[in-house]
Ligand binder design. Structure first.
Ligand SMILES: Nc1ncnc2c1ncn2[C@@H]1O[C@H](COP(=O)(O)OP(=O)(O)OP(=O)(O)O)[C@@H](O)[C@H]1O
Length: 259
C-alpha cells in the first residue's frame, strides 16, 4: 500500500468536515472519491497534498506520516491538481509546465534535456503543445486545467491527487484524461462528480456523505441504486454498456415513478 488515510479528521468551528476517514490507495490503482457537494472530498484531498493540516489522524505515504516530511520532500512524491486551480503568474504555458520540476531542482538550475523532453511529452499528452508560448493568463478554463494536469505529470509523482480533474473539460478531453489515468499505471486519488466516468476509470470508489466514508469498493459493488438513493437522494437505473459491459447509470428524472 502506498497511501493510507488513517482516521483522518478535520474540524472547523466545532464541526467535523471529515470524520475518522480511513482509505487506502494501492500502487497503480485509480481511486475515485465521490459524494454530494460539501461531503468533504476536497477537504480530504487537501490533507493529502498538505494544503490543510488534519485535526487528528494522519496521511501515511509508505507508512511515513506526511507531517514528518519537509514539504519539498512530500512534493517529490505527491503532485496535486487543486479544485479550480488558478495561475496568477504571467508565465507561458511551457514555463508553468516546467514549474512541475520545482521540487526536484536545486536553486535556479535550468531543466536538463530529459526534463525538457518530459515537459514536451506532458504537454502533448494534455493536448496543450500548440499553446506552449501563450501566457497562461489568456487561457480558457479547460485549457488552463489541462496545463495544470501537465504540470502535475512532469513532477513525476508517486501519487497524483486530482480534485475534479474533468472540471471545465469538454467531453473528448474528459474521456481522454480518464482513459490516460486508467492506462498510465499511475497511482491516482481523484475527486470526481461524474459517476459514469468514475465507474469507467476507477479501480475503487470511496463514497463520502457528510464527512463520513459510507462505502468503498469496486465500482459495481459500490454504485448501486440503493446507495445512490441514500447518498445523493436520487433514483437511478443501472445498465451494462451494450458493447463494453461497463456499468452505466441512467438518471431517472421522473424520480422512478414511470415504468
Ligand atoms: N474553513 C472552513 N470552515 C468551515 N467550514 C468549511 C471550511 N472549509 C470547508 N468547509 C465546509 O466543509 C464542507 C466540506 O467541504 P469540501 O470542499 O471538502 O466538500 P466537497 O465534497 O469537496 O464539495 P464540492 O462537491 O462542492 O466540491 C462544506 O460544507 C464546506 O462548506
Amino acid at each position: 500500500m502506498i497511501l493510507s488515510l488513517r482516521e483522518l479528521t478535520v474540524e472547523r468551528a466545532g464541526r467535523a468536515l471529515i470524520d475518522r476517514l480511513d482509505l487506502n490507495v494501492e500502487a497503480g490503482q485509480v481511486v475515485g472519491v465521490v459524494g454530494p457537494n460539501g461531503s468533504g472530498k476536497s477537504t480530504a484531498l487537501r490533507c493529502v497534498y498538505r494544503a490543510l493540516r488534519p485535526s487528528s489522524g494522519a496521511v501515511l505515504l509508505d507508512g511515513t506520516d506526511l507531517t514528518s516530511l519537509r514539504l519539498r520532500e512530500s512534493a517529490r512524491s505527491i503532485a496535486a491538481l487543486a479544485q479550480d486551480g488558478q495561475i496568477d503568474l504571467d508565465f507561458t504555458v511551457e514555463e508553468v509546465v516546467g514549474l512541475g520540476r520545482a521540487p526536484h531542482v536545486r536553486g535556479n538550475r535550468a531543466l536538463d534535456a530529459r526534463e525538457r523532453e518530459l515537459c514536451r511529452r506532458a504537454m502533448a499528452r494534455m493536448d496543450v503543445t500548440h499553446l506552449a508560448d501563450r501566457s497562461v493568463l489568456t487561457l480558457s478554463g479547460g485549457e488552463r486545467q489541462r496545463v495544470l494536469v501537465a504540470r502535475a505529470l512532469v513532477q513525476e509523482p508517486r501519487v497524483l491527487v486530482l480534485d475534479e480533474p474533468t472540471n471545465h473539460l469538454d467531453v473528448r478531453h474528459q474521456v481522454e484524461l480518464l482513459t490516460f489515468l486508467r492506462e498510465s499505471g499511475l497511482t491516482v486519488l481523484a475527486a470526481l462528480h461524474d459517476l459514469n466516468l468514475a465507474a469507467a476509470a476507477c479501480d475503487r470508489i470511496a463514497v463520502l456523505k457528510a464527512g463520513t466514508l459510507v462505502a468503498t469498493g469496486a465500482p459495481a459493488e459500490v454504485l448501486t441504486p440503493e446507495l445512490i438513493r441514500k447518498v445523493f437522494g436520487i433514483e437511478v437505473t443501472i445498465v451494462a454498456h451494450p458493447r463494453t459491459g461497463a456499468l452505466q447509470l441512467l438518471y431517472d428524472l421522473d424520480g422512478g415513478t414511470r415504468s
